[in-house]
Design a protein around this ligand. Sequence first.
Ligand code: CMP
Length: 139
Amino acid sequence: MAIERTLAIVKPDATRKGVVGEAIRAAEEAGLTPVAIRRIHLTRAQAEGFYAVHRARPFFADLTAFMSEGPVVVMALEGPDAIATWRRLLGATDPGKAEEGTLRRRFGTNIQANGFHGSDGGETAAFEMGYFFAGLEIP
Ligand code: CMP
């Protein structure tokens, strides 16, 4: 298994529910180490920049409004197969369809306010980590 890094976000609905610790616990129990953590209240423009790849989607406006409505906690997670491992812990995009025990099933709200984000591939992870952390902030 390759040691990778991925970008995880605890979204505004989940920070409001006070489950940042649950996300970190799930990551650590799966062998992923948070190598950088930051809490930030995104502006609308910053949320739009992060989700630029989705700008043509019908849900883009609602998604970026939601992502800027309250603070998020962003983390770079490192460990074996970090990208796939973290996505497995999250479960399906729609919390109602996510498997029992996954973070989105346990703490997500709906398909948009689904509690957590995880990069979907190596290139995305590199872009997303660079969006939030300068090189020197990740050892
Ligand atoms: P995330 O994994 O952060 O990637 C894109 C986000 O868009 C996704 O989680 C959801 O928050 C949101 N999203 C995806 N599909 C839909 C949908 N059909 N309706 C509303 N929001 C969605």
